[in-house]
Design a binder for this molecule. Structure first.
Ligand SMILES: [Zn+2]
Length: 199
């Protein structure tokens, strides 16, 4: 690597930190970027800067937002009395793409995973409880992933929510156990939503 300049080396190192990018891929990407017109390459840099500077978490549901609240929470057509609890913004995106859900969401930003040192206190459970305390919520749908940790998180939450008079449901098990929400297809997710059962 001695023949490359310090800047190129730095770019390769930074790209190599991305998930799924090994050293060879990092080199390929770096040379690809080097050969791009300046404007195109800088557009990537700008896009990274923009998300880091402008994107934050919605103060209500913890989805990604560029304002105080996300576009779903700000949409008056969304049913505020139904909250669908997901692990990550990408799970929310998968459910949104079904077009079958018109309620609101709550993004936990993780799941309880004792082996990874993630406990309930690391999730956005407190803001969810605050929403329920405010009243007006009739149903909470557990849409955590059908994995051991996702199921455990849903169980933990459902126990916690018992004190509120809300209906607690979970997605139907159309989704194969162990598979991940973001990879499930639209029809499958749509069926899982419409066939949801009481927890
Ligand atoms: Zn929101």
């Amino acid at each position: 690597m001695s023949e490359v300049t310090q800047s190129v080396n730095n770019l390769i190192n930074q790209l190599g930190k991305l998930p799924g990018i090994g050293n060879k891929s990092a080199q390929r990407l770096a040379y690809h970027l080097l050969h791009l017109p300046k404007g195109e390459a800088l557009a990537l840099a700008e896009a990274i800067r923009d998300v880091k500077e402008n994107v934050r978490y919605c103060r209500t549901c913890c989805n990604l937002a560029e304002e105080d609240q996300c576009s779903i929470c700000r949409d008056p057509r969304r049913d505020q009395s139904t909250i669908c609890v997901v692990e990550q913004p990408r799970d929310l995106m998968a459910l949104e793409q079904t077009g079958a859900y018109h309620g609101c969401y709550h993004v936990l930003l993780g799941r309880i995973a004792p082996l990874d040192g993630v406990g309930p206190e690391n999730l956005t459970i407190e803001p969810l409880l605050a929403r329920l305390r405010q009243g007006g919520v009739k149903e909470v749908i557990m849409a955590t992933n059908p994995t051991t940790e996702g199921d455990g998180t849903a169980l933990y939450l459902s126990n916690l929510l018992e004190e509120f008079s809300v209906k607690i449901t979970r997605l139907a098990r159309g989704i194969t156990s162990g598979s991940v929400l973001e990879y499930a297809n639209r029809e499958m997710l749509s069926d899982a939503l419409s066939g949801r059962q009481t927890f």
